[in-house]
Design a protein around this ligand. Structure first.
Ligand SMILES: Cc1cc2nc3c(=O)[nH]c(=O)nc-3n(C[C@H](O)[C@H](O)[C@H](O)COP(=O)(O)O)c2cc1C
Length: 395
């Protein structure tokens, strides 16, 4: 079946729904051109502001369980490629203290945006932070030929008054689409979204979470070089938060929402589409895996859609929202059913059952649930690699 991956976001045409995100992998025109070669469907550039940032070094630190000594030693004994796999695939997150662009905005206007536009892809500029700063920068950026503007709320955080002032100022300064990039620290995103909706053409969620701290136990020091050694969290660890944020925003607007936070596979992207995202951005996975990551994710999206009988992302767009109950599903225990054909008898369910309610039957070599002991918590259902355990669903 032919899959159509093109998307239109507030009038901006995208070759496919996977975009770069503001960060080191969008730090200049040349890097954005590399992302285009890697298969990205549209470009979002690193955030600029009136003054270049003074970026602390070191400013990035991976978080992964593969850093323990024995894993490193094992990897060295075998192949270096094994080590790489542990670090890239095993990272559950990244801390960063990169701030905004360390280039002067004039350099972006004269060279970086025009260079990125040479790719032929749509280009969204990112900028911050105060109304006065945006009033100055936005018209210049529009003149440089970008297709849209994303404004970062990272440093204005959760104050709706300031947020509205920023969005309103931007709306009055340019006539290209404006996207509000939301902080995960906003408490009620649906209410917040409704308040700012009239000033923007779309939303992006989420930015990084923090500040966070991580200490190297061999030295007792943080590995990041900014004040307090702190950094902001991104990558797989923040994906559930980002999914919830996109769902909350999608329920407060009919405008397009772009999901960002922990996307590293096509399955991640599909999950964002299902809660109402029209496209996704990728940052940490591109840092850890390289710029070919976009093409891989696009291929995986197409494969999923094809194998499920869909022809475009529109077919899955927002389909999960109707399943998010406003009230508790139930409070009675309902034991899961076992699909014996799918069960391999591996025993993972049994090991993770803190109620001792599931075991692999020695004769049948299949998982068996003791309904008397089962609390219906769901760990076994989520841990089974074969989807052999399930709860009955009602529609
Ligand atoms: C090193 C680094 C630098 C970033 N710089 C910016 C930035 O300049 N502006 C911005 O809005 N977000 C910035 N972000 C946040 C990302 O755009 C993205 O929202 C966040 O990392 C979550 O996506 P991910 O899990 O795919 O990394 C940065 C993230 C990282 C890791």
């Amino acid at each position: 079946m032919a899959i159509d991956l093109t998307v239109d976001i507030a009038g901006i045409p995208l070759k496919n729904p996977v975009l770069t995100a503001a960060g080191p992998t969008s730090r200049d025109g040349e890097t954005l051109a590399e992302a285009a070669r890697g298969g990205v469907g549209g470009l979002v550039a690193k955030t600029i502001s009136v003054k270049p940032a003074e970026v602390p070094r070191p400013n990035m630190q991976t978080l992964d369980r593969g850093k323990s000594q024995w894993l490193l030693a094992t990897a060295m004994q075998h192949q270096i490629v094994h080590l790489e796999r542990i670090q890239v695939r095993g990272a559950y997150g990244l801390l960063n203290h990169e701030l905004w662009s360390d280039k002067h905005y004039q350099k972006w206007l004269d060279y970086e945006y025009p260079r990125a536009k040479e790719t032929g892809l749509a280009l969204i500029a990112s900028m911050g932070y105060t109304p006065d700063e945006l009033k100055k920068l936005a018209p210049l950026v529009q003149k440089a030929g970008v297709d849209g503007i994303e404004f970062s709320t990272h440093y204005i955080e959760t104050d709706p008054k300031v947020f509205n002032d920023v969005a309103k100022t931007l709306k009055e300064s340019v006539d290209i689409p404006i996207f509000a990039k939301m902080s995960p620290h906003v408490k009620d995103l649906t209410v917040f979204t409704k308040a700012v909706d009239r000033y923007v053409d779309g939303f992006v969620a989420i930015n990084t979470l923090g500040p966070c701290l991580h200490i190297d136990i061999e030295t007792g020091r943080p590995l990041l070089g900014g004040p307090g050694g702190v950094g902001w969290l991104s990558g797989p660890a923040i994906k559930p938060l980002a999914i919830r944020a996109v769902a909350d925003i999608a329920r407060g607007t009919t405008k397009p929402v772009i999901g960002v936070g922990g996307v590293s596979t096509g399955a991640d992207a599909i999950e964002f589409f299902m809660v109402g995202a029209s496209a996704v951005q990728v940052c940490t996975a591109a840092i850890l895996e390289g710029q070919s990551v976009y093409g891989r994710i696009v291929t995986e999206i197409a494969e999923f859609l094809d194998s499920h009988g869909h022809t475009s992302t529109e077919d899955v767009h927002g389909i999960a929202l109707k399943h998010l109950p406003s009230e508790t599903l139930r409070i009675e225990s309902l034991p899961p059913t076992v699909n014996e054909e799918a069960c391999s008898g591996c025993g993972l369910c049994s090991k993770s059952c803190i109620y001792s309610a599931i075991a692999v039957n020695a004769k049948t070599t299949k998982a068996q649930v003791n309904s008397e002991l089962c609390y219906g918590c769901g760990v076994c259902v989520s841990i089974c690699p074969h989807r052999a355990l399930s709860f009955e669903t009602s529609g």
